[in-house]
Write a protein that binds this ligand. Structure first.
Ligand SMILES: Nc1ncnc2c1ncn2[C@@H]1O[C@H](COP(=O)(O)OP(=O)(O)OP(=O)(O)O)[C@@H](O)[C@H]1O
Length: 613
């Protein structure tokens, strides 16, 4: 429960709506509890009119609300029974309308407030996602992340909206109706209310059971959905390995699990509602039996009207009391979700950002000074005593075996992670002392894993420089060597890509991703194995165009294909996080039995990349 305390700031923000909502709930229930009193009046009035002779009506007003007392005084001025009954009935109708009107206002305030809170919370969660660093995302699955913003926030909304409404409703109905019941007859009140706590406890227990079963259904459903999702996205693999039957069996097992849980829930629910009806029926029976006996024996001033009044009160209490269990489980779920949200919102990104740092326009000089880096989650030492100085405008190629630490260099330059020891200096400033966003903005980075958004080709390229013109987009696509293919699409740059649009080849995706980085025009360009999916000829052509684009810029090109590395100022060969060889192509070729020389020869002979060396 204490976790829900975090919502205090929102309740305070929307205090006017909340306050008005509570007032409307109270008003709606106030008009609700007045009608049983008027019903008592009508029944007593008719009863007495029929049993007493003459016009000596007993207008007993014990336990009436002030407003009802006034109305009764006014109604009794009408002469005939019919007129009195008619006017009283019209007033009951007006009360019902007023009740409905205030219920409408209650929903308009409390439910609207809950939607505002939901909106604010979603934004807060999303902002935190954007703030967190790579390590967080590595440790959490997409499903888990999606759940926070969808499931958890909506469970909290069910608390801030419906649950709050039910709680306020329950309290006001109980307080008001019990108050007037006691005013009318204390004895009858006690008898009538006896079954209600039992009802509340039973409902609570059954509801917890329902809650547990629903959670199980939810988990089974999530397995089923993941299963179905993977079957769709992996359909090509499934079909090519002829695994349709195996996948179906897997699906059938999940489906069976879901069916069993759903039936178990239906069974509990089938007992739930009749039990509620039974207990309410017992309360009504008590009212009639005990009230009837009092009436027959003329005890405790019970009239026929009082019995009718109590029956209406009991029914009025039914819904709020039976909603106790439901409300309690709504609160429990919301507390669990808010706990998860609080833990998530409290995470401080590992990368400390110097937001106030004076901005530097990077010139492209880089120095790695004895950098050591170990991935915190796996403990893998990716860079060791790594020392590398890169001059402004220098073109560096980095190669080496898979897992030798090439990508890690790019990750550290972008401050996706911070080095454990040593320093990385750019433009004479330790990158730890820079604003991380300003730093990333000045680097054109093409990651190894291409990710394109489900949007147009143009927007995907423009992502690198929001506000770029169509001409700039086209120019970037030309340098990346993908303009010809884009022009070949029916809708050109307006072609939708991704799930809803055309399926691009791996090489096309890579080159669009390159264009997206090149449009930025930064002083530092990093390519991480960005041309692995294009053929050697296209790669050479792109490299040729890139030479002009990169003039004056510093470039770090990570690659496994060394035959395209000829025009680089320096080639670095990494091995287990250290520099194993470095120098120009000619110098490296002279190293006897050197990694680079062997790799080059193999690739010249068309024998593959370094994995086979
Ligand atoms: N995000 C990560 N979390 C934990 N360990 C990682 C992470 N990224 C890489 N590693 C590990 O760090 C080592 C260096 O990886 P890195 O990606 O830098 O190699 P690479 O030379 O770029 O490899 P490749 O040529 O296959 O891309 C590897 O052993 C890898 O398993």
């Amino acid at each position: 429960m204490k976790h829900l305390g975090a919502l205090g700031k929102y309740f305070w923000k929307y205090r006017v709506r909340l306050g008005a909502g509570i007032l409307f709930v109270a008003l709606s229930n106030y008009f609700n509890v007045l009608s049983p009193q008027l019903m008592r009046f009508i029944v007593n009035y008719v009863d007495q009119s029929l049993t007493l002779t003459g016009s000596s009506h007993l207008t007993e007003t014990r336990g009436y609300d002030v407003l009802v007392k006034k109305m009764v005084e006014w109604i009794t001025q009408f002469g005939s029974i019919a007129q009195v009954v008619l006017v009283a009935s019209i007033i009951i109708l007006i009360m019902a309308l007023l009740r409905g009107f205030f219920m409408f206002l209650m929903r308009q305030t409390i439910i609207v407030m809950s939607r505002h809170i939901e909106y604010d919370q979603k934004n807060e969660v999303y902002t935190q996602y954007q703030r967190l660093d790579s390590l967080f995302f590595k440790n959490h699955t997409t499903g888990d992340l999606m759940n926070r913003i969808a499931e958890d926030v909506s469970r909290v909304r069910i608390f801030t909206g419906p649950a709050i409404m039910y709680i306020v409703n329950l309290v006001t109905v109980i307080v008001l109706s019990v108050f007037f019941m006691v005013q009318s007859s204390l004895e009858l009140t006690i008898y009538v209310l006896i079954p209600l706590p039992v009802l509340a406890v039973i409902i609570y227990i059954v509801n917890s059971n329902i809650h547990k079963k629903s959670e199980r259904i939810q988990a089974a459903l999530s397995d089923l959905t993941t299963n179905a999702q993977e079957s769709y996205s992996g359909i090509r693999v499934i079909k090519s390995f002829v695994q349709e039957n195996a996948m179906f069996r897997f699906f059938a097992i999940n489906s069976e699990q879901y069916r069993k849980n759903a039936i178990a829930l239906a069974r509990v629910e089938a007992i739930y509602f009749p039990s509620i009806q039974l207990l309410i029926g017992i309360s009504t029976l008590f009212t009639i039996m005990i009230g009837g006996l009092y009436y027959i024996h003329h005890e405790h001033n019970i009239t026929l009207g009082t019995i009718v009044e109590f029956i209406v009160y009991v029914n009025m209490l039914t819904f709020p009391v039976s909603a106790i269990g439901l409300t309690a489980s709504m609160v429990q779920r919301a507390a669990a979700s808010q706990k998860r949200l609080n833990e998530f919102l409290d995470i401080v990104p590992e990368i400390k950002n110097e937001t106030g740092a004076t901005p530097v326009a990077l010139d492209g000089t880089i120095a790695f000074n004895d950098v050591n880096f170990t991935y915190p989650d796996t403990g893998i030492r990716a860079l060791q005593q790594f020392d590398l100085k890169i001059k402004k405008g220098e073109k560096i190629a980095i190669t080496g075996k898979t897992g030798s630490g090439k990508t890690t260099i790019a990750q550290l330059l972008l401050r996706m992670y911070d080095a454990n020891d040593g320093s990385i200096v750019m433009h004479d400033r330790n990158i730890r002392d820079m604003d991380v966003f300003a730093l990333r903005e000045q680097i054109s980075y093409v990651p190894q894993d291409v990710f394109l958004f489900s949007d147009t080709v143009e927007n995907n390229i423009r992502f690198g420089k929001p506000g770029a013109t169509r001409e700039e987009v086209v120019a970037a696509a030309e340098i990346a060597g993908v303009a010809g293919e884009i022009n070949g699409f029916e809708k050109g740059y307006d072609t939708l890509i991704g799930e809803r649009g055309v399926t691009l080849s791996g090489g096309q995706k890579q080159r669009i991703s390159i264009a997206r980085a090149l449009i930025k025009e930064s002083a530092l360009v990093i390519f991480d194995d960005s041309l692995s999916a294009v053929d050697a000829k296209t790669e050479k052509e792109i490299m040729g165009r890139l030479n002009a684009y990169l003039s004056g810029k510093t470039a770090i090109i990570i690659t496994h294909r060394v035959f395209s590395l000829l025009s680089f100022d320096r080639i670095i060969v990494l091995d287990e996080g250290r520099i194993a060889e470095q120098g120009s192509h000619e110098a490296l070729m002279k190293i006897p039995d050197g990694f680079y020389a062997r790799l080059y020869q193999r690739q010249q002979m068309g024998l593959g990349t370094e994995e086979t060396v």
